[in-house]
Ligand binder design. Structure first.
Ligand SMILES: *Cc1c(COP(=O)(O)O)cnc(C)c1O
Length: 372
């Protein structure tokens, strides 16, 4: 009851399955997908998304935190769940109890995991040039030593690309250098008898711009959800992805504004002529960026209409003068399709001055999520 009475997200199951097939085709048979379902699966709903992925044969997942990983386990997600970031020792018992794999963020973190002695599965993070997490890749000796630590099982080695979305010569050279460093390190370890671990370095853009470098696993996030980080991004792989998420709300009331009357907090919008406006049941408390005040758009009855005035926490206002027949209860689409029209998440991100990853991952906990 009440799932679509206010503001909600629709997850397109077919689109998600299509994207998995596309990414699988690109990475090939010898590479397993390990989707990033962190941040509530980029706002889509982590349990909904992971369950569909599991039914489609996915056996590995990555999250950002222990809580995210435990939620998935308790909702019936089997297989491997890897936490991509640092986890403090307070949570090590949970890692062990729920069989969650942990990234060794650096050499000290690896020692802490070892000292806990809970037989935790570990993927060693290697810094190949991003300078975020990882043991520096020129310290192969230190990296190799992690395999000798008691009390843990090292099953993975990974790194992260920081400019794989860029297509300039310098960005491509940097990415190739990161991949080369990673490959050399893997060979160095193999030469010393350290084998049987799985390596991974590519996220979405690593897959789509460097498909020829695919290794054992890949960690797609944004591409799995069928969108690019920015509208202008062009990738090298031949791929057609389908957006998985639609964001919708309802018209709450419709009213008239006379020429010269202003509306909303701060009275930042003034009607230049008489207008019909619709008050909509979603706001920044649902994750719609407040920066879209007086500049965002939505679809009503298949027509694109502007956001006017300031976006409030729970409500916002649209100018629906050009959409005759707008009545309370009408569906409002912020991301997705209405009739012949579509607003892509990339467009909303552009209007808000950010990337789709941020828009999607901030979509609020108050939104209902449903599969269509
Ligand atoms: C979030 C994340 C990913 C997924 O990134 P996308 O660009 O969304 O595909 C992959 N790897 C790591 C380490 C991440 O933090």
């Amino acid at each position: 009851m009440g799932e679509t009475d206010r503001a909600w997200i629709e997850v397109d199951r077919e689109a998600l399955l299509h994207n998995i097939r596309e990414l699988k085709r690109i990475v090939g048979e010898n590479c397993a997908l390990m989707p990033a379902v962190k941040a509530n699966a980029y706002g889509h709903g982590d349990i909904i998304i992971s369950t569909i992925l599991q039914e489609a044969g996915i056996r590995s997942f990555c999250t950002a935190s222990v809580d995210e990983a435990v939620r998935l386990r308790e909702s019936g997600i089997r297989g491997e769940i890897l936490i991509l970031g640092y986890t403090g020792p307070e949570a090590f018992p949970e890692l062990s109890h729920y069989r969650i794999s942990q990234t060794a963020a650096d050499a000290g973190h690896a020692r802490m995991l070892s000292e806990f002695d809970g037989n935790i599965e570990v993927h060693v993070s290697v810094d190949t040039g991003m300078h975020r997490l990882g043991i520096p890749c020129d310290r192969a000796d230190l990296i190799g030593q992690v395999w000798d630590l008691p009390g843990i099982r090292v099953t993975g080695l990974f790194s992260h690309l920081c400019v794989s979305d860029g297509r300039t010569e310098a960005e491509e050279a940097y990415t190739r250098m990161q991949i080369r460093r990673f490959t050399r390190l893997t060979e160095w370890l193999n030469d010393r008898g350290i084998r049987g671990f799985r390596s991974h370095i590519q996220g979405s853009y690593g897959i789509l711009n460097y498909p020829e470098y695919t290794v054992d696993m890949a960690r797609p996030g944004i591409a799995l959800y069928g969108v690019m980080s920015s509208a202008e991004d062009q990738v090298r792989a031949e791929v057609r992805l389908k957006p998985v998420l639609s964001l919708k709300a309802r018209v709450g009331c419709v009213r008239e504004l006379q020429a010269g009357e202003a509306a909303g907090y701060g009275l930042t919008y003034t009607a230049g002529s008489s207008r019909r406006i619709a008050i909509v049941t979603a706001g920044y408390g649902d994750g719609l960026p407040r920066s879209l005040s007086n500049c965002g758009h939505a679809l009503v009855r298949g027509r694109r209409v502007p956001v006017i005035g300031r976006i409030c926490m729970d409500q916002l206002t649209l100018d629906v003068t050009d959409v005759p027949g707008t009545v309370p209860g009408d569906e409002v689409v912020f991301i997705g399709r209405s009739g012949e029209s579509e607003i892509r998440a990339e467009k909303m991100a552009e209007d808000a001055g950010t990337i789709t990853n941020e828009i999607l991952s901030r979509l609020g906990g108050r939104l209902k999520r449903m599969i269509v």
